[in-house]
Design a protein around this ligand. Structure first.
Ligand SMILES: [Zn+2]
Length: 453
């Protein structure tokens, strides 16, 4: 006798709108074939997670696998993703030795995904500092989920600043594709002047990272990019706002007819300038952590539905680039994939908020913006069977558990009490993390092209 389903997962099912107690998700092949409550249907395999929460596998819309190691960095970062309940990542294009600025580089990166990835990956594309406009249409047709440009130059090749006339022309081309363009939003002139002044005065301790990147450095850039968006019709997205005001500005441009959105990174929902002082180089990211009052305002905007989604901006720099007593000598960026699900669950629970908000803002909304929904980001019939199993409890996050390469086994959340851990991660029906070990091989992740324009 044949049974109708390959796998049935039992637990409390959490969607973006409700929790189904004593539920099940039935899988046929790699997709969700039935969802329900009560007595589960027969299957080849029944996986009992009763008493735990089953959410859609998280979709992280912003991370950097390949800033330091190049594409082989995909392997360790996506292992961390699997252990952190993340089943789809949308990877930034600023890779060494070459960013994703053409269809041919994109094809090579997709081949690297097929070789190294443990979870599914969508990809951003970008343009060269000059002369890159001709590649925009081809990159969109080849399946990238979004473009990424920057108002701030970290490197003239890998991470260039795109000047205003070039950005205007690029936005006009990107508008024709229908894809969003995410922007790293910091005003270069203001930051450089303040940094030069701080260095000249001998101010190199950690707090000066925040003082040289004040809120105005972000909001100046926000206004510029949204004005360019309004002028061209492009969907312009703030790649990370550490400020509630960034979301207010986006909302004001939407009211004027613009396609304007922004995302928060999880660190801006919990970290403050005190954490920057405590962590030193380990707490350096751009934009910097803000005040405790700003964190409260960020939560206000999230609950009000004004934040497109929450990401990690995962950037796994080796620890030796994060330990200088001169804050300006450290690389900017934090690892966040492996702590993503436990931390988001904890932050919501500490505020008495529903885990449905995690399904909504760390999976569904992200997948929608990147054109991956409903294949990704939802517990829904016909969607990929990507699931995150959360176990409530009292845990302390230990960076020794990080499953990335040894040099990258550190976390700014080391020692934080968590109210949940990831009991299992399921990618297209297969358990790839069982709560203690990675169960998938490198290359089991796939490239996911944008499904919806
Ligand atoms: Zn980033």
């Amino acid at each position: 006798m044949s049974v109708p389903f390959d796998h049935v997962f039992l637990g409390d099912i959490v969607t973006g709108t409700e929790i189904l107690r004593d539920g099940y998700v039935a899988v046929r092949g790699e997709t969700i074939a039935a969802i329900g409550q009560g007595i589960p249907p027969p299957a080849q395999q029944t996986v009992d997670h009763r008493g735990k929460l089953i959410l859609p596998g998280l979709v992280d819309g912003h991370m950097h696998t390949s800033s330091s190691l190049g594409w082989p960095g995909i392997e360790g970062a996506t292992r961390s993703a699997a252990a952190g309940g993340v089943t789809t990542v949308v990877d930034m294009p600023y890779d060494v030795p070459q960013p994703v600025t053409s269809v041919s580089v994109l094809a090579d990166k997709i081949a690297a995904v097929r070789k190294f990835a443990h979870v599914d990956m969508a990809l951003y594309g970008t343009i060269a500092k000059s002369g890159g406009l001709d590649e925009i249409a081809g990159l969109a047709a080849a399946g990238i989920s979004a473009f990424k440009l920057s108002t701030y130059e970290y490197d003239p090749v890998r991470f260039p600043r795109i000047d205003h006339p070039t950005m205007l022309a690029a936005f006009a081309e990107i508008a024709k594709t229908g894809l969003p363009v995410a922007i790293h939003n910091e005003d270069q002139e203001l930051v450089e002047r303040l940094t030069d002044q701080a260095r000249a005065a001998g101010h190199t301790d950690a707090i000066w990272h925040a003082r040289t990147r004040p809120p105005l450095a972000e909001t100046l850039a926000d206004l510029e990019i949204f004005e360019l968006g309004l002028a061209t019709g492009a969907h312009v997205h703030i790649a990370h706002s550490s400020l509630a005001r960034g979301f207010d500005i986006a909302e004001s441009f939407r009211a004027q007819g613009g396609r304007a959105t922004g995302e928060a990174c999880i660190q801006y929902l919990c970290m403050t300038e005190d954490d920057l002082v405590r962590l030193g180089g380990r707490g350096k990211c751009n934009p910097p952590f803000r005040t405790a009052a700003e964190v409260e305002r960020m939560w206000d905007r999230l609950v009000a539905g004004k934040i497109a989604y929450v990401s990690t901006d995962h950037a796994p720099w080796p620890l030796d680039r994060k330990q200088s007593p001169d804050i300006f000598a450290n690389s900017a960026g934090l690892p966040g994939l492996q702590s993503f699900a436990p931390l988001m669950f904890t932050l919501l629970d500490e505020r008495g908020l529903s885990p449905c908000l995690m399904a909504l803002y760390c999976a569904e909304q992200t997948a929608r913006l990147h054109g991956l929904y409903p294949k990704k980001g939802a517990i829904r019939i016909g969607s990929d069977a990507d699931l995150l199993v959360v176990e409530r409890g009292d845990y302390v996050f230990d960076e020794a558990c990080i499953v990335d390469l040894p040099a990258q086994r550190w976390s700014p959340y080391h020692g934080r009490r968590m109210r949940a851990q990831v009991a299992a991660t399921i990618l297209r029906g297969r358990t790839i993390w069982d709560g203690s070990a990675i169960r998938a091989a490198a290359g089991s992740g796939q490239f996911v092209r944008r499904q919806v324009i």
